[in-house]
Design a binder for this molecule. Structure first.
Ligand code: BGC
Length: 751
């Protein structure tokens, strides 16, 4: 580093800010925050308008054409020297990030460190299960650990910032991005959002093993009409606030330093120009003091939306709405200089956006050490370590959901002689990485076939056949698959989706098994041998035939590097499955959207009444409900008691319930607490999750499971659009899923 920059940074050494929560109280914190704000004042005073605008620009090559693949171009060097880049997208690796950073802090007039962003969604090199799978663990501590590993690896490769967690509620499984989030429920979604923000950001963002989180996509992106990606979200302000915004608020409360604006519009206003979302709610109501980045080209897309006639108008609307950084559209770069110069955009608004970005750079400690994560030794030693791989296996085991286990077919007996592992996902190391695989590589994936072989060693013979591809129409491989099945004592049949059938732009119009896989299931079932269906997919699939006919079904989603070992652990009973569905599985796509927390309607489907809210050709209920999942043991629920049946709005509800392991094996149960608010100023969902706990019990053992639920958590947006708890009668359930369980009632009174 040159002398001049040393001097510059020395001035900032004392002002690295704490980060959690971002708007933290406490005199020491306030003093440090004040010092940061004063440091930002002096930076702003010396920057030219062009350099200020530079901070708002996230530079990216196009897709594979990034600095990592082709090195830094002369043009890029010049842009950084001129202070026209605030952040780089898809730049990682200590060599390249150190060099980019060196140019920024040593050769530019602005001398402001760059921020390196990358999509680290479920792991960096050690690929963990996709986020939907992780949510199926209902284990926020495990999710925090897996996210911490992702942060350690990514930060060791020079990455400062991830575009995660994705906290979009998704109630339509046609939408491919359901794979990236925590499913349909705001309470579970909020728990997962908090866990991921903590995992990425650690205790203090200035710790170089952390990365900055970005809660996305703000907001209601998952409500895309028809499940078609990027489509319009047509939802009410109340549903927005009570459902879709809940995990975002949790992420902000957990200290997430950034948010990403979504592609979609809500009520006629695309998020990238939505002042109500980005300023009224996010800044004014929630007091968020980090910054907001656009989604890829979403400012430019304001023209397609038809809310800006020119790119200049798009730039103005976005910045004025509260969108601070432009990802990849170049709209800010090309238009803000003139808009600021001619006074159409005020210098104050520009300064506010720059301030938010600089504040986060301070919190990351970049002004103290711009090379905070540029150590090639650490870059080597942090990747794919045995403890990271062990964490991936642990997370994958917990993500598996046992949907059916007729006659206790599972776990498989260790003395099984011949096992046939069949299907297009049996010997597949590519697709189990899932969408947004990061830097995960197929060569490091343990396939299902590998996992079964690892589990049985030499004690059984393992046959395999693909049968068909995932989406092709060729059935020529069926014969070989049937022959393998006929020679086996048991068949593990792995079917599902390819990794690119979910994730961004991965919407589907059906939820069936793609290609000829359904036929493959039929012919294998035709052999009369016992079959365990292993599903690998990024969304709920509609599998009514399989649910009825196949004796055992495991939902394994996309489990990442340790796929085969984790499934092997479950198949052979090293662990009992314990995951529960974070999203309802419909019987057919025609039931979509289907979610447990729906409204009752005036004519609920509670009987065979013709004029009720139902289908004439299908039950209204899902195939597998939210919260559902079996174990190798069984649990009974009894003695649900409440400390008090009458509570004030500021009280805490305390419930106890006895859980007993009534089976022959040890196991984990996820005990779930739901409430129903029977009457309000506006209608309320028929059930809302308000608590859950993972409980481990030995066979025959019982435990009292205590819940403490603040009555404040029953608040909702009333007729007056204010969020509060309304007095009245409630039903409370504690049970194994969103269906059934022990039930009681309580009252909330005004006091
Ligand atoms: C996606 C974001 C992602 C961004 C950067 C966009 O297309 O919608 O989720 O973070 O690209 O890769």
């Amino acid at each position: 580093m040159k002398k001049t920059s040393l001097f510059l940074f020395a001035g900032f050494l004392a002002v690295t800010a704490p980060h959690r929560p971002l708007c933290a109280a406490g005199p020491a914190r306030e003093a440090r925050n004040d010092r940061v704000e004063r440091a930002i004042d002096s930076i702003l005073a010396r920057l030219t308008p062009e350099e200020k605008i530079g901070q708002l620009l996230q530079y990216s090559g196009r897709w594979s054409d990034t600095v990592v693949n082709r090195g830094i171009t002369l043009e890029e060097r010049a842009l950084i020297r001129q202070g026209r880049v605030g952040s780089f997208l898809n730049a990682f690796g200590t060599g390249i990030t150190r060099e980019l950073q060196r140019i920024a802090v040593e050769e530019s007039h602005a001398r402001i460190p760059l921020l390196f962003g990358l999509d680290v969604i479920h792991g960096f090199r050690t690929t963990f299960p996709i986020p939907l799978a992780q949510a199926a663990s209902w284990d926020p501590a495990a999710v925090e650990r897996s996210t911490r590993v992702a942060a350690r690896e990514a930060s060791a490769a020079g990455v400062h910032w991830t575009f995660g967690p994705m906290v979009d509620i998704a109630r339509d499984p046609r939408w491919g991005r359901i794979a990236e989030g925590a499913g349909e429920d705001p309470f579970l979604g909020a728990a997962m959002a908090t866990a991921q923000v903590r995992g990425y950001q650690g205790r203090d963002l200035s710790d170089p093993t952390t990365i900055l989180a970005c809660a996305k996509h703000f907001a209601a992106y998952g409500a895309a009409e028809g499940g078609r990606d990027y489509n319009t979200a047509e939802i009410s302000e109340r549903t927005l606030r009570d459902v879709y915004l809940v995990p975002f608020k949790a992420a902000v409360d957990a200290g997430a330093g950034t948010l990403m604006a979504s592609f979609n519009e809500i009520d006629g206003v695309p998020s990238s120009a939505n002042k109500h979302l980005l300023t009224d709610i996010l800044r004014n109501e929630w007091k968020f003091d980090g910054f907001v980045v656009s989604d890829w080209n979403s400012i430019g897309e304001l023209l397609n939306h038809g809310i800006a006639a020119t790119r200049a108008e798009a730039a103005q609307k976005s910045l004025e709405a509260g969108l601070d950084m432009d990802m990849a559209s170049d709209v800010y770069r090309d238009n803000l200089p003139a808009l600021v110069k001619n006074g159409k955009v005020s210098a104050k608004i520009l300064d506010t956006a720059v301030r938010r970005i600089l504040r986060i750079k301070f919190r990351l400690g970049l002004f103290d050490d711009p090379y905070r994560s540029c150590n090639p030794e650490t870059e080597k030693s942090e990747m794919l370590t045995p403890s990271h791989i062990a964490a991936a296996r642990e997370m994958a085991r917990e993500s598996i959901v046992l949907l059916k286990n007729q006659s206790d077919l599972l776990p498989l007996r260790r003395d099984t002689k011949t096992i046939a592992v069949i299907g297009p996902l049996a010997d597949n190391r590519h697709d189990p990485l899932g969408p947004w695989k990061g830097l995960g590589e197929a060569k490091n994936v343990v396939s299902l076939l590998d996992g079964v072989r690892n589990a049985v060693g030499n004690s059984a013979s393992v046959l395999t056949a693909r049968g068909c591809t995932i989406s092709g129409t060729d059935t020529a491989g069926f014969g070989e698959a049937v022959s393998a099945a006929r020679c086996a004592d048991v068949i593990v049949l792995a079917v599902g989706e390819s990794m690119d059938m979910s994730g961004e732009a991965g919407s589907r119009s059906t939820l069936d098994l793609p290609g000829r896989q359904e036929d493959l299931v039929h012919v294998i079932m035709g052999t009369g041998k016992p079959v365990i269906l292993v599903l690998m997919n990024g969304r709920p699939l509609a599998i009514p035939w399989e649910a009825e006919h196949v004796p055992a079904i495991l939902e394994t989603w996309f489990l990442g590097l340790q796929t085969g070992n984790a499934i092997g652990d479950v198949l052979f009973g090293a662990v009992a499955p314990s995951g529960k569905l974070p999203v309802s599985f419909p019987r057919t796509v025609g039931q979509v959207p289907i979610y447990y927390g729906h409204k009752n309607t005036g004519r609920p489907d509670t009987s065979n009444e013709h004029f009720s809210s139902r289908y004439i050709d299908l039950p209204s209920s899902p195939l597998y409900p939210f919260g559902y999942g079996l174990s190798y043991t069984t649990f009974s629920y009894s003695d649900l008691t409440l400390e008090r049946q009458s509570l004030g709005t500021a009280d805490t509800l305390r419930a106890n319930m006895t859980l007993t392991n009534t089976g022959q094996r040890e196991g984990d149960e996820i005990v779930q607490l739901y409430v129903r608010d029977l009457a309000g100023s506006v209608t309320r969902p028929v059930k809302e999750l308000k608590g859950f706990q993972r409980v481990h019990l030995a066979p025959g053992a019982s435990a009292i499971v205590p819940f403490s639920v603040p009555v404040a958590s029953f608040a909702f947006t009333g007729l007056d659009m204010k969020k509060k708890v309304e007095p009245g009668s409630f039903i409370l359930w504690v049970g194994p899923s969103s269906v059934g369980g022990e039930q009681t009632t309580f009252e909330v009174v005004e006091r």
